[in-house]
Design a protein around this ligand. Structure first.
Ligand code: R5P
Length: 294
């Protein structure tokens, strides 16, 4: 029996059709009561079927409840299995209790999602101290890498690219993007001194001066990492860099601040809907869901 695909109206799911995930389209109504509480109604039969829910959970505090209510309603209506497609997986940064009394929200969020779903598909989750999502998620998780999409974009749009990873954690996948884009790369040393204070140091890049610098990062949040890197690149006498990010989180006016720092271009994947979206992950994500053989 074909699964049924319920998508929230987010960027990635405007690009992704039910056909991309080999499913039938599920219909549901979500609206707010005047006091802001959610009303939901599922209009497609799901009894005994596998369902897939697609949602962009950037800014999860406002979006998680409707998502949770939909999953819970589908379960209640007899869905056999519920798989979440959450291209940007939030709540991964607090992966340890750094100070006494702090919440380890990554574990709490993982527990909530693991209760609501039977499986999860996401794109490049920001893992730091956890080696894999399975350390905190009790449901099977499938991770899609956006690296081939970034490499393809670079190959098509950037003449003589030279890739720059912002910190040592990024090395593994910057290396992969660089190899596929047939480009050299360096990795910077980054010290984060606060939510909005970052210092980066660029190694000698003299021999790459005639190339186009491309900064590649997984998340652009306050954009301080990108902004500081743009400054260092300009200081080193290189061309204005292209800034590529997977997840366009952009807190407050981070996007405007990044544009003001003088990059040649800022382009992101549509895992989070944003003005800067220029790389589409929907096909890759769809193929990954289809690959689950639901
Ligand atoms: C950090 O380890 C990540 O790879 C990103 O560099 C980080 O999340 C970017 O954050 P921000 O935009 O706030 O500097």
């Amino acid at each position: 029996m074909k699964p049924v695909f319920f998508a929230f109206p987010d960027a990635c799911f405007k690009a992704m059709s039910a056909r991309d995930v080999s499913a039938a389209k599920g219909k549901f109504i979500l609206r707010s009561f005047p006091d802001g509480e959610s009303y939901l109604r599922v209009q497609t039969e799901v009894r005994g079927k596998t369902v897939v829910i697609g949602a962009d959970l950037r800014g999860p505090d406002g979006k998680f409840l409707p998502f949770y209510f939909l999953a819970s309603l589908l379960r209640n209506l007899g869905a056999k299995k519920i798989v979440g497609v959450i291209p940007y997986l939030p709540y991964l940064r607090q992966d340890k209790r750094f100070q006494k009394g702090e919440a380890v929200t990554s574990r709490d969020f993982a527990r909530l999602l693991s209760q609501a779903l039977d499986g999860l598909v996401t794109v490049d989750p920001h893992l730091h101290r956890y080696k894999s999502l399975q350390e905190v998620y009790s449901i099977p998780c499938r991770v899609v890498s956006a690296a081939p999409i970034l490499s393809r974009w670079i190959l098509a749009k950037v003449p003589r690219p030279f890739l720059i990873g912002p910190d040592s954690e990024s090395e593994q996948w910057v290396k992969e993007v660089a190899a596929k884009a047939k480009a050299p790369y360096v990795v910077l040393e980054k010290i984060r001194k606060g939510d909005r204070k970052v210092e980066v140091s660029l190694p000698s890049v003299k021999k790459w001066r005639n190339r186009t610098p491309v900064i590649v990062d997984d998340i652009i949040s306050t954009a301080r990492t990108m902004i500081e890197t743009v400054h260092q690149i300009r200081k080193a006498g290189m061309k204005a860099p292209v800034c590529l990010g997977v997840h366009a989180v952009f807190a407050e006016n981070a996007y405007e601040e990044l544009l003001a720092s003088g990059p040649a271009k800022v382009v992101t994947c549509n895992t989070v809907g944003h003005l800067s979206n220029g790389m589409d992950v929907s096909r890759l994500l769809g193929a990954s869901v289809t690959g689950l053989g639901l």
